[in-house]
Design a protein around this ligand. Structure first.
Ligand code: HSE
Length: 409
């Protein structure tokens, strides 16, 4: 029997315990051993839970119990998750987590500690919820030089954008729905400001390019400024707005363009069809070409599915190191975006907005929106670098007000 402890009995932690017992036979068969949840650590009591008898409040009980070989960390955030994870690894216990913030912030260090202690630190659920992506990237695509990773990495924002696009809901109403369904982070600012997607693209970039990518170096923009007018302008050109995390290889030294930003995506792109809480990640390898991963990126059981798979993997490799590893990184791992090339969506308002657009950007493709003010216009530019775009935006702002701008995929 493999005994485990679950730290944090919130949505994901409770899902993990349910999956372990609901699918006990399958889990035991795949782990080649019975998995038993010995402790559930939480600051709260859960008197109505069938697992109430397993709930404890003191982490020392777990760390001092040598029979616990795998610790599941589903607390989230870095405090006290970082300390508990580090101490567990140092004590020779493997740790499995869905905590993208912790992996994105301290992943390189925790992987190193796991390696030094001959245990595993596994985090399949930290990116894409239930979608298998960490293991496929680290193992199945290991023969490739990865050139690019691009994806819809946050279920809450995808759900919100989808409801704005398909039901004409305001941003606030759509966010309230996503919260009711349990998709959003405790503080939904992490979703709507793009920080959650940022942490996930940092993890994918580290896996792809071999060096830790720290979130503070990654330019991150969320969806809070997107309006129903932007949605309608995009629609007039058969495009939808998606929040994308992108990481593109720059050189062989681990440098990459890494950023999170809302984009206009053509309806012909497979990413445009990713609806609701679903996530999708496209990976381009130099031998395999493009591969795409798709599934539920948030939610109790999809996320628990990935966590429990890691528990099974950890249980099967109690005395064997797994494959996950990357080197530490620094600011130089993230390339300056000024030379990154794209087409852009630009929306401006003022007298003679159309002529200001043509004078500044030359030939552009104008978009339409029935509900927009008559003195505004939106258009799509030719391809140019970010620094060229910024220079032109500065110029056009001398004549009209800039309402929004986004990359076009
Ligand atoms: N709040 C996250 C999301 C949960 O909406 O994608 C899964 O990481």
């Amino acid at each position: 029997m493999v005994k485990i402890a679950v730290l944090g009995f919130g949505t994901v932690g409770a899902g993990v315990v349910d999956v372990i017992y609901d699918n006990a036979d399958i889990v035991a068969k795949n782990a080649a051993d019975k998995i038993e949840v010995e402790y559930i650590l939480d600051i709260r009591d859960y008197p109505d839970s069938p697992f109430a008898g397993k709930v404890i409040h003191d982490f020392e009980t777990i760390i001092n119990d040598d029979s616990i070989s795998v610790v599941v960390e589903t607390i989230g955030g870095t405090k006290p998750a970082y300390e508990f994870t580090k101490r567990s690894l140092l004590a020779g216990k493997s740790v499995v987590t869905s905590n993208k913030e912790l992996v994105a912030t301290h992943g390189a260090e925790l992987i190193k500690i796991a390696k030094e202690n001959n245990v595993n630190y596994l985090f399949e659920a930290a990116v894409g919820g239930g979608i298998p992506i960490i293991r496929p990237m680290a193992q199945c695509l290991a023969a490739n030089r990865i050139d690019e990773v691009c994806g819809i990495l946050n279920g809450t924002t995808n759900y919100i954008l989808n409801r704005m696009i398909n039901a004409g809901l305001s941003f606030e109403k759509a966010l309230a729905e996503a919260q009711e369904k349990g998709y959003a982070e405790r503080n939904p600012a992490a979703d709507v400001e793009g920080h959650d997607a940022c942490r996930k693209i940092c993890i994918l970039a580290a896996l792809a390019f071999g060096r830790h990518v720290y979130p503070e170096y990654v330019k991150t923009e969320g969806i809070t400024k997107i309006t129903l007018e932007d949605v309608a302008y995009a629609e007039s050109d058969d495009k939808v707005i998606k929040l994308l995390g992108r990481a593109r290889r720059v050189d062989d030294k681990g440098r990459a363009y890494v950023f999170v930003a809302p984009h206009l995506v053509s309806r012909e792109s497979p990413l445009a069809c990713v609806n609701g809480v679903f996530n999708s990640i496209m990976v381009s390898g130099n031998q395999v070409d493009d591969v795409m991963f798709y599934g539920r990126g948030a939610g109790k059981y999809p996320t628990a599915s990935a966590v429990v798979a890691d528990v099974i993997d950890a249980a099967k490799h109690l005395n064997a190191r797994k494959y996950l590893s990357w080197d530490d990184g620094d600011a130089s791992c993230v390339a300056d975006l000024s030379e990154f090339k794209s087409k852009y969506y630009v929306r401006v308002s003022g007298d003679n907005a159309r002529s200001a657009a043509i004078d500044t950007f030359g030939e552009v493709k104008f978009l339409s929106c029935a509900d927009a003010d008559s003195n505004e216009c939106a258009f799509i530019t030719d391809e140019m670098t970010v620094s060229e775009l910024n220079a032109k935006l500065e110029k056009i702002k001398n004549h009209v007000a800039l309402l929004s701008n986004m990359m076009v995929l």
